[in-house]
Design a protein around this ligand. Structure first.
Ligand code: ATP
Length: 306
């Protein structure tokens, strides 16, 4: 067997049974180096439990989670391999951000200057001397990322990192994580915000009720459910067009605003059907399947919270 990439996360048959709840159920997936992997599932799906098992904070009932082939607990110098944020960063309220990071540096055998380097990376260098208690939630999130990056890790694991960030902060986070992955590192980021993942992730792992629903490149997962692609079309001859579209085996429904919605077709197909039927079009808009709808479709009937 070839040795796994040192930044690859491999989850195999991971299961966590609490007394009554099976929080994670025979879950297997791989997080590849050089890619951002979105870990998606409704609230209570088991994301946090799975991440905590990868980080050695929760003991699995069965199964394994390894990073570069090694369990987290067996990594010789974990801060240099894996950076993680499990919740908005917390620090001593009266301590400055810079001192907070320096404390971690000293405890981990890293040079003090590393604190300033990561503050610069996350755009907090001008406020590094301010006390933590004055930090906004967005600044705390940035500080959390700074702390996760101290050891220049090959792997970054983040649980809902955009919670509390404003749109500018979300864009910043997205660019940072993409740049991190582009350097050949692995990024695993959980979220229940699907639209956000669509813009951030290269791959997705979708779970519900502790079980794997889908995994793969975002484009494949969206493509698989191309049937949920929608086209909105406006015409002065809606009856004629509806009939022609149904003849072409497409699903059509009239909308309250007078337009028609066609499911499972590309705009070109709808345009072609209209042209062949001699129907005039005033509007033709394709709406790509978004992750939100794919997600609802894939997890239908599989409640997240148990
Ligand atoms: N320590 C625990 N003891 C008992 N049950 C737990 C424990 N931790 C989690 N659970 C249960 O396991 C299930 C999965 O929880 P988990 O927090 O992993 O989900 P999640 O996908 O991260 O959800 P959220 O997005 O809401 O954080 C839930 O039903 C939760 O109540």
């Amino acid at each position: 067997m070839s040795r796994p990439n040192h930044a690859e996360i491999s989850v195999e048959h991971l299961t966590k049974q609490y007394s009554k709840v099976r929080a994670v159920d025979d879950l297997s997936f791989t997080v590849h180096a050089g890619r951002v992997t979105g870990f998606l599932g409704p609230n209570g799906a088991g994301k946090t439990t799975a991440l905590r098992m990868i980080l050695g904070l929760v003991t699995p009932t069965s199964g394994t989670a390894t990073i570069g082939g090694v369990r987290y607990a067996d990594l010789p110098d974990p801060i240099r391999h894996v950076g993680a944020i499990l919740e908005a960063s917390s620090a001593h309220r009266g301590r400055t951000a810079r001192n907070h990071l320096r404390v971690i540096c000293r405890a981990s055998g890293l040079p003090d200057r590393r604190a300033d380097e990561v503050l610069e990376m996350v755009g907090l260098h001008t406020v590094g001397g301010r006390k933590f208690k004055g930090y906004s939630l967005g600044m705390k999130q940035r500080l959390g990322i700074a702390a996760a990056m101290l050891g220049d890790p090959r792997v970054l694991i983040l649980d809902e990192p955009t919670n509390g960030l404003d749109p500018e902060g979300i864009r910043w986070m997205r660019d940072l994580l993409k740049a991190f992955a582009a350097e050949g590192r692995a990024v695993l980021v959980s979220s229940h915000l699907l639209g956000e993942m669509q813009q951030l992730a290269d791959d997705v792992v979708i779970i519900a009720a502790g079980r794997l629903i889908r995994q793969g490149p975002v484009s494949d997962v969206l493509g698989e459910t191309a049937g949920v692609a929608k086209v909105r079309v406006r015409t002065p001859q809606p009856e004629q067009l509806s009939a022609a579209l149904r003849d072409a085996q497409l699903e059509v429904s009239a909308q309250a605003d007078g337009s028609l919605q066609v499911l499972g077709a590309e705009p070109a197909k709808v345009g072609n059907v209209a042209f062949t039927a001699g129907v005039e079009l005033h509007e033709l808009i394709g709406e790509a399947a978004d992750l939100e709808r794919v997600f609802l479709e894939l997890t239908a009937g599989k409640a997240g919270a148990r």
